[in-house]
Design a protein around this ligand. Structure first.
Ligand code: PMV
Length: 300
């Protein structure tokens, strides 16, 4: 059995497009893979996926790209996926990393990190064209990651953010995910037209820097404060929706220290930060959300 983490952005989405840092968390919930000898086949019953590397499907093409990049033989892989697909939680990256690890486990030859990362990149290219590499770096390593986008074709900057104590999170899908490209394009238009939007981008960067410093010194209250303010700025740049705002409010009313939309917005997920495991927040979100994950920041 091999595991890879799902991902959630704690702060910095959209501003990261303009060179500001983002803070991502690897979830204790993700994708578990089991490989057995047999034909090259990939199944994920939770996502209604059952493909071969040659069937012409997109998941099949990603599987083929992964197999080609791996120095171990193909096999039959069954995935237990605990994150929803297409909700901005890094499902495709967790799929690639868990699959690669399961195949390596079956072959009895552990993969070196660079090989695993490049194989993840090959698979992610099939889904995302020019992926930043953030999702599968988080899927591989878990924990908290500071991420700054690559400048002028260079390498993105990814650094681990030390976390002195566990962070308890609840992630909930408030509505179907919107198209990330369209959401990013909308912010780009509003940023030119509206000085309030333009000013919000560096302000999100400042909050993200403050949040990383707070996380490193174990100051959960300051981290929560930064996340709550980040949601206000995401509303200001026009990427929140009534369903996301409602879920954020429900989580806070049920006792979450912080709650904000996570990812591209326009639909999709919220993330709530709690001061310990709490059924109240899960119960408050369950009636209106399609998916509620009770998680902590985890490692594979
Ligand atoms: O929803 P996700 O996890 O794909 O995140 C999108 C994050 C954005 O900052 C909105 C876009 C990007 O490419 O960084």
């Amino acid at each position: 059995m091999a595991f890879a983490c799902g991902k959630v952005l704690l702060l910095g989405e959209h501003a990261v497009v303009y060179g500001e840092p983002a803070l991502a968390a690897g979830l204790s919930v993700g994708v578990t893979a089991n490989a057995t000898p047999g034909p090259a086949r990939l199944s994920a019953p939770a996502w209604s996926v059952d493909v071969t590397a040659a069937d012409g499907s997109r998941v099949g093409a990603a599987f083929a790209a992964l197999l080609e990049a791996l120095p171990v033989p193909a096999a039959t892989v069954i995935l237990d996926a605990a994150v929803p697909a297409g909700a901005g939680l890094g499902s495709s990256a967790a799929m690639a990393i868990a699959t690669a690890r399961a195949l390596a486990e079956l072959a009895g030859s552990p993969l070196d990190d660079d090989v695993l990362f490049e194989a993840g990149m090959a698979s992610e290219r099939v889904f995302h064209g020019t992926p930043s590499g953030l999702d599968h770096a988080v899927a591989m390593h878990g924990g908290l990651t500071r991420f700054v986008r690559a400048k002028n074709g260079g390498r993105p900057d990814r650094t681990a953010v030390a976390l002195p104590s566990a962070l308890h999170l609840v992630v909930a899908q408030a509505a179907p995910g919107a198209d990330t490209g369209a959401m990013v394009a909308g912010v780009a238009e509003r940023r030119v037209a509206d000085p309030v939007v333009a000013r919000s981008i560096p302000a999100i960067g400042d909050l993200t820097r403050a949040a990383m410093a707070a996380a490193e010194r174990g100051d959960i209250a300051a981290l929560a404060d930064a996340m709550n303010h980040n949601h206000v700025l995401l509303q200001r740049i026009g990427v929140s929706t009534a369903a996301l705002d409602d879920a954020v409010q429900r989580a806070r009313d049920a006792g979450a220290l912080a709650a904000k939309l996570t990812g591209a917005g326009g639909g999709g997920c919220i993330v709530a930060l709690l001061d310990g495991p709490s059924d109240a927040v899960v119960d408050a979100l369950t009636p209106t959300c399609q998916f509620v994950l009770d998680a902590h920041v985890g490692t594979p």
